[in-house]
Design a binder for this molecule. Structure first.
Ligand SMILES: *Cc1c(COP(=O)(O)O)cnc(C)c1O
Length: 414
């Protein structure tokens, strides 16, 4: 193998494509899903208010997670909107969350007229820092939304205790964290908070194109979430009325047909991702200035590498460029800027020109979303977070190529 970096014109480590979440080779979609979709089409019942597939999928998912309630909806974003709507904040109430996530974590807060308050993250994981969350609790805080970033367990046991101390609700965003174990006793991400939210979008462990699930053990929260997703129409009462402001976020029977089969493959997907990730973790551990995710319960939506640029000889963005040139699917920072530095926040582009709810009223003061708000979040995005795409179909040869490329680019710098 050439020592000259592909970035400098050398031969790349890898030229063949990797299995990826946007190609059939990197998904577990097969004839079982095809048949399930065809069955729904032939049934003539494509909507969950007439067919039974979505309700069956909800029951399967609830049983899978050992909780009494699962409510299906059209996306991971809507799953979180259901959770926020179930909490039913007053306009201007605050919900504490992270700026290092998909926008689907925070947009539902604004949509429900609450104010996102951003806490900083742990530099070792990118997950919410409990002390930072604690410091941001005010008399207007109604909930915390914790994200299990890349499938790494967020400190939800501690956050649940904190939430209970303050009489507020903990929502877990598990869009990247199917079957993530959050405690030594194996408790699953999504079951420690009051509500857990999942996504079936194309890039997640299992997919129906789009789709979402909101789980809870609380009967009242479940009822509000279910009503919110269906125009607050209490169909179980025969009465055509609307009990509060709800929307139509229903999952279709076509989505549910695919998702229900995908769920049967989930354990295998996570097992395969964990097994191949172990091999790369062993290699990363030997590279000075590079650290792989440490936690046992991790489910590897992606493979994050935390970089100390002083020791590693370059920052995460250089490593990402060098790896991409070697043919490895890698990127720097995960997102380009913290969520609080996107125009929806910095320019308060919400409802017309009102700035609502980031205005007074309903907020007590206009929240400031500016650089420096969460320094660790900004450092991870700007310099320290390298993300290697991960997939259940990676072979040991695929992982060996990633390891070889990582060793090659590291040797040129460190
Ligand atoms: C994907 C994702 C979402 C949003 O899910 P969609 O299905 O794309 O709406 C929310 N939070 C996190 C952490 C995600 O990864």
């Amino acid at each position: 193998m050439s020592d000259v970096l592909a970035l400098d014109g050398g031969a790349p480590v890898r030229t063949a494509p990797f299995p990826s979440v946007s190609s059939p080779a990197g998904r577990t979609l097969g004839v079982e899903e095809e048949r399930a979709v065809v069955d729904v089409v032939r049934s003539g019942q494509l909507n969950s208010t007439v067919g039974g597939v979505t309700r069956g999928f909800e029951q399967d998912f609830a049983r899978y997670y050992g909780v009494p309630h699962a409510v299906a909806s059209g996306s991971g974003t809507s799953a979180i909107h259901l959770a926020v709507a179930a909490v039913d904040p007053e306009p201007g109430d605050e919900i504490i969350t992270t700026g290092l996530s998909d926008a689907g974590t925070v947009l539902p807060i604004l949509a429900q007229n609450a104010v996102p308050v951003f806490a900083d993250v742990d530099p070792a994981t990118g997950n919410l820092d409990v002390e930072s969350v604690r410091a941001r609790i005010t008399s207007r805080t109604r909930a915390i939304i914790a994200v299990h970033l890349f499938g790494q367990p967020a400190p939800v046991v501690e956050l649940r205790a904190l939430a209970d101390d303050h009489g507020i609700v903990l929502i877990e965003d598990c869009a990247q964290a199917y079957l993530t174990a959050v405690s030594p006793d194996g408790a699953l991400a999504g079951t420690v908070g009051h509500l857990g939210c999942f996504s079936l979008q194309q890039s997640k462990h299992i997919t129906a194109g789009d789709g979402g699930l909101t789980i809870t053990s609380d009967d009242a929260l479940a009822r509000r979430a279910r009503l919110f997703a269906d125009k607050a129409w209490p169909r179980d009462t025969d009465e055509r009325t609307h009990l509060f402001l709800g929307l139509n976020y229903r999952m279709t029977e076509l989505q549910a047909a695919v998702a229900r089969v995908q769920l049967t493959k989930l354990a295998g997907v996570v097992e395969d991702r964990r097994r191949s990730a172990k091999a790369l973790t062993d290699v990363v551990t030997g590279l000075a200035g590079l650290t792989a995710a440490a936690s046992e319960g991790m489910s590897y939506w992606q493979f994050p590498v935390f970089i100390d640029p002083d020791v590693a000889g370059a920052d995460a963005h250089w490593y990402a460029r060098a790896l991409a040139a070697e043919g490895i699917p890698a990127s720097g920072g995960y997102i380009q800027r913290p969520l609080y530095l996107t125009p929806v926040f910095t320019e308060r582009r919400t409802y017309g020109s009102s700035g609502y709810p980031l205005s007074v009223p309903p907020a007590d003061s206009v929240p400031e979303y500016a650089p420096g708000l969460c320094p660790v979040t900004e450092e991870l995005i700007g310099a320290r977070l390298l993300v290697i795409a991960w997939n259940e179909k990676y072979t040991s040869d695929d992982v060996a190529d990633i390891a070889a490329a990582l060793e090659k680019v590291h040797a040129s710098r460190a």
